[in-house]
Design a protein around this ligand. Structure first.
Ligand SMILES: [Fe+2]
Ligand SMILES: [Fe+2]
Length: 381
């Protein structure tokens, strides 16, 4: 490693890891294991009457809320038209039924983007129709697959503004658009809308480049919207892309993530819940924690440079089962005496266990690679 790279790594480490700064003192990650319902029917010797749940694992995160409630998250459905492919349709239908069956019902659903695969009117309308089966309030943020065919026109007609905020039981919720401010890679090359969309629809899209970002205008909006919010009260920010730098070549980041954290720094209980990565992730920067959610469509591999140190990776997926490695999430916000907890439940249909159990299996002892600002040098913004 060059001296310069080493110096930059030390610099970024000292910036990101200030002594004693964490999202909340009570932050902890725990796993809760429930027994899969199928075991009840499969094992004759098991006759107890206590509750049987799908086997879920949860991440406990700290929050203070006025009253307990749950909300649900579905994202990355990547719908094709039914005439082309029904397996993705089946999975959204299943997720919608699951959410609708929650008892007590979730207070609301967040749809975290990539409803469509190629941004087509038919795909977006199909997704909208399926999600209508969910009767609780729904809030939508866009993914790049929804946007770059018509630059968000149809998405906006169906779902309204991509940036929003509301307060619910002591928590300020914010939806941000991290997809629409990509640099123009199409005009000079005289691309058709389909070609423009095509470059967005690949994971390792070198032509589309660093499209994920929040943008100065939205950062100013965010700062404004948080100005009257008590610094110690909880904030939950929904984004399609993670609000930190995980893996820039796949846009597993926003290119202005440092500016985002400048805005969020004064607030002590910030949680970012994001899609796009199609995998279980957990990370902390300063006072903000980020949680990556499952897709219903397919799981992406983990980045070749490894996962954030605090991530407990999800299990490998059975490629023969298209319900494996995918699913949706329930997020519980519960009050407590002093510090309450959030539970994020990964509902992964194909598996009884969600997280890797064996340390040697996921390289948990490998030191986290803190890349220097290579990405910023490659992708100036
Ligand atoms: Fe996606
Ligand atoms: Fe995406």
């Amino acid at each position: 490693m060059s001296d310069e790279l080493e110096r930059q790594r030390r610099e970024i480490h000292s910036v990101l890891q200030q002594p004693g700064v964490r999202p909340d003192d009570s932050v902890q990650i725990t796993r809760r294991t429930f027994v899969h319902r199928s075991l009840l029917f499969g094992a004759a010797t098991v006759g107890q009457t206590f509750a049987w749940w799908p086997l879920l694992n949860t991440i406990d995160i700290a929050h203070a809320a006025e009253a307990p409630f749950k909300f649900a998250w579905i994202s990355d459905t990547h719908l094709y038209e039914k005439s082309l492919n029904t397996r993705f349709v089946e999975k959204v239908v299943r997720a919608a039924k699951d959410v609708q069956a929650m008892d007590p019902p979730a207070d609301f659903l967040i749809f975290g983007g990539d409803l469509a695969q190629l941004g087509k009117i038919e795909e977006l309308e199909l997704g909208n129709e399926i999600l209508k089966e969910i009767k609780i309030p729904k809030h939508f943020i866009p993914g790049e697959h929804d946007w770059y065919l018509d630059m968000g026109k149809k998405w906006g007609e169906l779902f309204g503004k991509p940036t929003w905020t509301f307060d619910h039981k002591g928590v300020r919720f914010v939806g941000l658009d991290t997809v629409s401010r990509g640099p123009d890679y199409w005009t000079a090359k005289k691309m058709t809308p389909e070609e423009r969309m095509g470059h967005m629809a690949t994971l390792d899209g070198t032509v589309a480049g660093p499209w994920a970002g929040v943008g100065r205008d939205q950062l100013d909006w965010l700062q404004n919207k948080l100005a009257d919010w008590d610094k110690s009260k909880p904030i939950v920010i929904f984004t399609h892309n993670p609000l930190y730098e995980y893996y820039p070549p796949w846009n597993f980041w926003v290119r202005d993530w440092r500016d985002v954290h400048e805005v969020l720094k004064p607030y002590t209980k910030v949680t970012n819940i994001h899609g796009h990565v199609h995998q279980v992730l957990y990370n902390e920067i300063g006072t903000t924690r980020s949680i990556g959610m499952l897709a219903t469509s397919w799981p992406w591999p983990y980045a070749p440079e490894g996962v954030p140190k605090l991530t407990k990776p999800m299990i490998r997926v059975d490629p023969g089962d298209h319900f494996d490695g995918v699913g949706w999430e329930k997020i519980a916000v519960n009050p407590g005496n002093q510090v309450a907890k959030d539970d994020v439940e990964y509902v992964m249909w194909g598996r009884k266990e969600v997280f890797i159990q064996s340390e040697s299996d996921y390289g948990g002892n490998t030191p986290e690679i803190l890349r220097a600002r290579i990405a910023d040098n490659m992708y100036p913004y």
